[in-house]
Design a protein around this ligand. Structure first.
Ligand code: SAM
Length: 220
């Protein structure tokens, strides 16, 4: 299939910034080899998450949706042994692949993969009085608002709450959609727009992951 201009530019940026080392490339290969969905963030998006984690001086990060650990590795590298990433994955086999990739990245002490349904796992997490500095949701769109509520309760002033895939190739415009993912992100965007405890911006994104978007909220 012909590469679009957005895909070409994504590759160009990834190349000139040398965004992917062998660990990240091998992580992507492991996802293909194990027949898992190729739904990791792109290298440019990984670098963006890394930057956001650095910008809010994140020490404690929670991620919903691990898959093969690609974004977890980016986030783990951002905190550089100075904190912890807890990443939650519902699929036991995917979690095992992710753990192997995280180990190869030398991040076993930084990134912990917990297996289970994210809402259940979140409610069992003991933060030991610490706040969550960055919360990244990348799975289970129907529960995005519930994840946000949990994140806000456990955040500090200046924490970031980030939600991926909130544009869905523009399907977010369809108020009659019965697609639960679209309904979920529409409810999320609507909630963010009215929530005065955070200041939010939704960025449309294009690239090798097609047309989608990411919502970034800063806790006031
Ligand atoms: N963040 C990953 C990355 O960029 O490398 C990609 C995550 S992928 C888009 C979504 C993952 O979430 C899948 O592996 C899926 O099995 C998992 N998932 C789906 N529903 C879930 C739930 N309710 N709780 C935890 N994980 C879930």
């Amino acid at each position: 299939m012909k590469e679009t201009i957005f895909e070409k530019v994504d590759h160009y940026l990834s190349e000139i910034f040398s965004l992917e080392d062998d660990i990240l490339k091998d992580t992507e290969s492991s996802i293909v080899e194990n027949g898992m969905p190729e739904h990791s963030v792109s290298s440019n998006q990984g670098q963006f998450l890394y930057l956001l984690a650095k910008m809010c001086n994140a020490k404690n990060i929670i991620e919903i949706g691990t898959l093969g650990g690609y974004s977890s590795i980016w986030l783990g590298r951002a905190i550089n042994g100075q904190g912890k990433v807890i990443s939650i994955e519902i699929d036991k086999d995917f979690a095992e692949v992710a753990k192997r990739n995280i180990e190869k990245a030398g991040l076993t002490n930084t990134v912990e993969v917990k297996t289970g349904r994210a809402l259940d796992v979140l409610n069992q997490i003991d933060l030991k009085g610490k706040s969550v500095d960055l919360f990244f949701m990348d799975a289970d769109k129907p529960n995005y608002v519930a994840y946000f509520d949990w994140a806000l309760k456990n955040a500090r002033k200046g924490s970031l709450i980030i939600a991926d895939n909130v544009i869905r190739e523009g399907k977010v415009l369809d108020q009659n959609s019965t697609d639960e993912k679209v309904v979920g992100v529409r409810a999320y965007n609507q909630m963010l727009a009215k929530n005065n405890k955070v200041v939010s911006s939704v960025l449309q994104q294009v690239g090798i992951k097609d047309y989608d978007g990411i919502a970034i909220s800063l806790v006031k």
